[in-house]
Design a protein around this ligand. Structure first.
Ligand code: GUN
Length: 297
């Protein structure tokens, strides 16, 4: 039997329509236009492309977007000065510093400087700390794992008591994703490069989240029949048969796994669109904190 394909593009489009409507009402009723500032340091082509896509989608839903590009050799002081300027800017309700930063910069210090109520990536140590504790709510949840949860909900997954395996322990996806699943009462295993018998561990999962950055690593025999598989990977592989000479694939061997899984996201077209939709949602929330008087600006 072939898996149900979870259509991330369609789900993200619906969420974005809802956001656009709320943005319009906010502007009409309160004269406030939500604003997102994106900071890019250096010229990494993948990062530049992500930032372009984020800005384009902002415009589509009526969120103002402010792009700031610093050179690859920008100093720690320059980056920090920019973050402080954006913290003080009342037109900015969300600040995104695209990661990874060049090696000479102190990422933790930069992320710590972002105002808590503008931390739409959810990477400020206090937001991450709250996510890592029981009964504490972060102001913002990191966008990619937040999107993973929305996709699982859309697929009708029962979280409580499910065996969930997260493949990958990154700060951006794997670790926050594991906490989100624990909060929903799943039993969570996080796998990484030292895990023994990866296929064996993964094949116990009712929910499998692949976020490891290895092209088509997850095969059909890694997957429990009927499991829900979310593919976070986005890997460029050479393919001389295409016009560009390459194509994008996920961490999951889609054609192989779709014969075993109960539900599966494609990549591209699965998690990617949700990540951006969640960023827009978080930015709207940043503006709502101002409208509701919970923060000054
Ligand atoms: N780099 C890859 N994913 C992300 C993300 O979600 N946020 C930021 N800031 N950088 C990233």
């Amino acid at each position: 039997m072939s898996a149900t394909i979870i259509d991330g593009k369609a789900i993200a489009a619906r969420i974005q329509d809802e956001i656009a409507e709320t943005v319009q009402k906010m502007q009409a009723q309160h004269g406030i236009v939500p604003g997102l500032a994106a900071v890019l340091v250096g010229e990494d082509p993948a990062s530049a492309q992500y930032v372009r896509m984020k800005r384009k989608r902002c415009e589509k839903v009526g969120i103002a977007s402010f792009g700031h590009t610093l050179s690859e050799d920008a100093s720690q002081e320059e980056v920090e000065a920019l973050v402080k300027q954006l913290n003080a800017d009342p037109q900015v309700h969300g600040i995104l510093v695209q990661l990874p930063l060049p090696d000479h910069l102190d990422e933790e210090k930069v992320l710590s400087l972002i105002s808590l109520h503008k931390d739409v990536d959810g990477f400020h140590p206090i937001n991450i700390g709250r996510l890592a504790m029981k009964g504490r709510d972060p102001l913002f949840v990191p966008c990619t794992p937040y999107g993973v949860i929305v996709l699982l909900e859309e697929a009708g997954v029962e979280f409580s008591g499910a065996e969930a395996v997260v493949l990958g322990r990154s700060n951006i996806v794997g670790l926050p994703g594991a906490f989100l699943l624990i909060h929903r009462n799943a039993t969570v295993t996080v796998c990484h490069s030292r895990t023994k018998d990866l296929p064996g561990v993964c094949s116990k999962a009712d929910i499998l989240v692949a976020a490891v950055g290895r092209a088509e690593m997850v095969k059909a025999d890694w997957v429990k029949p009927g499991a829900t598989v979310i593919d976070v990977g986005s890997n460029r592989v050479d393919d001389p048969s295409t016009e560009k000479g390459y194509r994008w694939v996920g961490d999951v061997d889609f054609d192989d796994v779709k014969e075993v899984a109960g539900a599966l996201t494609p990549s591209p077209g699965g998690v990617g669109p949700l990540t951006i939709a969640m960023l827009l949602k978080n930015t709207l929330r940043g503006a709502e904190l101002v409208v509701s008087g919970q923060v000054a600006s």
